[in-house]
Design a protein around this ligand. Structure first.
Ligand code: ZN
Length: 314
C-alpha cells in the first residue's frame, strides 16, 4: 500500500491576499467546489483579518460556511490574533493556523510585537480553543513564518527556529508549519531543520509551506519529504506572488506538487486532470493574474495514469 501525503491548498488565502482585484464570493466558492471535486481534502479557505485591512477576504464567514458543507473536507483558516480565533471558533472550523515570524524584524513589521509576545498570543488562542467542547474543538496549528530566511534580517538562526518550535509545541500546538515565506530556503537547510524540529517536537506533525520565489520550491518539498514531512501547502497556479515584484512566483504550484507526490508513489487522493482543469475556472475569474506551473503546460507523461494504476495493483 502506498503512503499518503497531504496537499493543502492555500490559494484562496495566501494566493488571494496578494491580489488587489476582489474575487466575488461565488467565484471563490466555485473554485473551492472544483478543487474539492478534484479530491483536495484540506483547504485553507480564508484568513480572519479585519475586512478593512484586507477587503479581498471580507467574505470570510460566507466562504467558511460553504466549505463546512462539503463532507470530508478539512476546513482550515488563518488566524492573525485572538479575535480571529474567536471568529473561527464561532463558525466551527476544523483547523486554525496562527502565524508568527521566527524573524523578530518580520514579526514586528507584521504584527507590531516581538516574537515572544506572539508566542504568548498563541498561548491565549490555544486556551480559548480549549474552552470549546472536545468533539468540535479545532486543531490549532502554528505557522513559523520566515523559518528559512527573512527579507528584513536575511539569514535566520536555525537554533532559534528549533527553540520557537519547542515553545509553540509546549504552548499546545496541534501541528507546526515551517514556512519559507520569502523563498530563501534551500534543500540542505530544509532537510536539516525539518529533521531537527521533527525530532524536537515528535510526535507533533510538522508540515511544509514553501514559496518558489527562487525556483527551489519543489526541491525543498523533496528535502522535507526526506526528513519525514507528509503535508505541504501549495497554491493553484502558484498564486501568491509578491505584489511588489510583478511576475515573481509565490507559493509552490498545487498541480506540480500533486504530480510530484503521485509520481513518487504517494497517494494524495487527487485527480490530476480535474485539478489542472480548475486553472481555467480561476483564469476566467482573474484573467490578469499570471498562473505558474509546469505540469499544466507540459501535460502528464504518457501512460502516467496506467503506470500508477499498475503500481497500485501490485
Ligand atoms: Zn506563504
Amino acid at each position: 500500500m502506498s503512503e499518503r501525503a497531504c496537499v493543502r491548498e492555500v490559494g484562496l488565502r495566501d494566493g488571494l491576499q496578494s491580489i488587489a482585484e476582489i474575487l466575488p464570493t461565488e467565484q471563490k466558492l466555485a473554485w473551492l467546489d472544483a478543487e474539492y471535486a478534484a479530491g483536495v481534502r484540506e483547504i485553507e479557505v480564508t484568513s480572519f483579518v479585519p475586512p478593512k485591512l484586507l477587503p479581498q477576504l471580507a467574505d470570510a464567514e460566507a466562504v467558511v460556511r460553504h466549505a463546512l458543507s462539503l463532507p470530508g473536507l478539512t476546513v482550515s483558516t488563518l488566524i492573525p490574533n485572538l479575535k480571529g480565533a474567536e471568529r473561527g471558533l464561532a463558525l466551527g472550523v476544523h483547523e486554525m493556523n496562527f502565524v508568527l515570524s521566527v524573524s523578530e524584524g518580520h514579526n514586528r513589521s507584521n504584527v507590531r510585537r516581538s516574537t515572544a509576545e506572539s508566542i504568548e498570543d498563541f498561548r491565549r488562542v490555544v486556551a480559548l480553543c480549549r474552552t470549546a467542547p472536545e468533539g468540535p474543538r479545532p486543531r490549532v496549528a502554528c505557522g513559523l513564518a520566515t523559518a528559512f530566511g527573512c527579507t528584513i534580517e536575511g539569514a535566520v538562526d536555525e537554533e532559534r527556529v528549533r527553540r520557537i518550535a519547542v515553545d509553540v509545541a509546549e504552548a499546545g500546538a496541534g501541528a507546526i508549519i515551517l514556512a519559507d515565506t520569502v523563498g530563501y530556503g534551500q534543500p540542505a537547510a530544509v532537510e536539516r531543520v525539518f529533521r531537527r524540529v521533527m525530532a524536537d517536537v515528535a510526535p507533533l506533525p510538522v508540515a511544509g509551506h514553501f514559496h518558489d520565489t527562487r525556483g527551489l520550491g519543489l526541491a525543498n518539498v523533496l528535502a522535507a519529504l526526506n526528513a519525514g514531512a507528509r503535508s505541504f501547502d501549495a497554491s493553484l497556479g502558484g498564486l501568491g506572488g509578491c505584489p511588489y515584484a510583478p511576475g515573481a512566483t509565490g507559493n509552490i504550484v498545487t498541480e506540480d506538487l500533486a504530480f510530484m507526490l503521485e509520481a513518487m508513489g504517494f497517494e494524495t487522493g487527487i485527480d490530476l486532470d480535474r485539478l489542472i482543469a480548475v486553472r481555467e475556472l480561476v483564469h476566467q475569474a482573474l484573467p490578469d493574474v499570471v498562473q505558474h506551473g509546469a505540469i499544466a503546460k507540459a501535460g502528464l507523461p504518457k501512460n502516467f495514469r496506467l503506470s500508477r494504476l499498475a503500481e497500485a495493483a501490485e
